[in-house]
Design a binder for this molecule. Structure first.
Ligand code: IMP
Length: 422
């Protein structure tokens, strides 16, 4: 396998975890490059369900080196618990996991500020995961963040943390939130720091060693294109570059070492949290929820559901330079007699073939739909392209024409074997 970036082509939760798991088989190294424990990848191995938040899903395959890159923000207590949970399930972590020394640390005041800001905002809530992601990246940009290299040096960390807690407590008090106890935070974080220290290293050097040896790297994207801080439906986005460009800045691997980009999309659209979702359809959401599908892996929130939005995915194909698409959850549409696809948006007399920059303008857009006949038969047993119903293949072919990239992988269920390579 070539060095591959895997990104979400919609609003996150595209089913990347499963595709990453399948592609990991051909990779030597798997690296996360953005986001934090706001992400949640669900992977099924046999009858066991794993939900990973920070650890790359490659960890489930023994021989793979897994790296948490510098672009990620790390909640050390959460990561420690995740590693302990994996160990309890018998997953070997010690030799396979490495954490960037320059990744920024999420601290309790980031979480408190995240929650307090959402409460204060009332009418403009983003619907964050409350994991402190926005405030942690804000501190990174403001150059007042603490990094893993600080966390693993107990005295230096204690000193820096004291100043940061003092300053953030002022803000929390002004916002009517409870200030934090420095000794309590220090104790919890020093414990987590000691636990994580053996994993912390210069991951840029490590990744370049892997490149020199000719090893294959899989860059594991989190969230999706329209949650990207620059390219998403701002301000209803997360605070990192979730798109393919983030893979280079978030790991230190340069663009000329990337061979291909795989974009993952559902056969329909989902989103969690607030913000515009032009093709949202409550009846489709009810159907998918009644099938037990579309509940968030991190927060358990029901996802908002809608028809496939070709305007959005076409834009995602461009921004990420998608070479190949992976379509997931095709089986979610198995019972429908008619399936809609959004070809363009319309607001009054204006027609759009791209997402307008202003979220309010996007929210005012109506989708222009084409209708496709459903296949009304189960696809979950299909293992080859030609085993898919003719109407399902026609639907998928139409999608690739509309978005401008070929479909190379189709997923028809959560199990590893429910994956069709075309
Ligand atoms: P934050 O990343 O917690 O700040 O949340 C910002 C927005 O991104 C909210 O709408 C979240 O629901 C959304 N979001 C963050 N992480 C994920 C994810 O892994 N999947 C889907 N949506 C996400």
């Amino acid at each position: 396998m070539a060095n591959t970036i895997l990104v979400g082509a919609q609003w996150g939760d595209e089913g990347k975890g499963k595709i990453i798991d399948v592609l990991t088989e051909q990779a030597d190294v798997v690296v996360r490059y953005a986001g934090g424990n706001n992400a949640g990848h669900t992977v099924w191995v046999g009858q066991t369900r794993y939900v990973l938040h920070l650890v790359p899903s490659g960890i489930l395959r023994r021989s793979k080196l897994c790296v948490i890159g510098n672009g990620v923000v790390i909640d050390p207590v959460g990561l420690m618990e995740e590693i302990q949970g994996l160990r309890e399930l018998g997953v070997k972590v010690d030799r396979n996991l490495r954490i960037s020394e320059t990744a920024h640390v999420v601290l309790p005041y980031h979480r408190e500020l995240d929650v307090a800001r959402e409460q204060r905002q009332r009418h403009n809530r983003i619907g964050t995961t409350k994991r402190g992601i926005g405030p942690a990246y804000a501190d990174k940009a403001a150059r007042v963040g603490l990094r893993m290299v600080d966390l693993i040096q107990p005295e230096r960390f204690a000193e820096k943390l004291k100043l940061r807690i003092r300053e953030n407590n002022e803000v929390l008090k002004a916002w009517g939130a409870r200030p934090l106890s420095y000794p309590k935070v220090l104790k919890a974080y020093q414990e987590a720091g000691a636990f994580l220290a053996p994993f912390v290293t210069n991951t840029v050097a490590l990744l370049h060693q892997a490149l020199q040896k000719g090893q294959n790297i899989l860059f594991e994207g989190a969230q999706g294109t329209f949650l990207d801080i620059d390219h998403g439906t701002y301000p209803f986005v997360t605070s990192s570059n979730t798109t393919a460009g983030g893979a280079c800045t978030g790991t230190g691997v340069p663009p000329n070492r990337i061979d291909r980009v795989v974009g993952v999309m559902k056969a329909y659209t989902t989103r969690v949290g607030e913000g515009p979702l032009p093709t949202e359809d409550h009846a489709l959401g009810d159907l998918l929820h009644s099938m037990g599908r579309e509940y968030g892996a991190t927060t358990g929130r029901p996802r908002r559901c809608g028809w496939f939005d070709a305007v959005a995915v076409r834009q995602a194909v461009q921004i990420n330079g998608v070479d190949t698409l992976a379509v997931t959850n095709l089986d979610g549409l198995d019972t429908l007699s008619t399936i809609k696809v959004c070809l363009a948006y319309r607001a009054g007399q204006q027609r759009y073939d791209h997402l307008p920059a202003d979220a309010a303008e996007l929210a005012a857009c109506e989708p222009v739909y084409a209708e496709f006949p459903g296949w009304c038969t189960s696809t979950s047993q299909a293992r080859r392209w030609r085993e898919l119903p003719v109407k399902a293949r026609a639907y998928l072919k139409a999608l690739e024409d509309l978005v401008g990239a070929p479909i190379g992988i189709v997923s028809v269920g959560p199990a590893r074997e429910q994956t069709i390579f075309r």
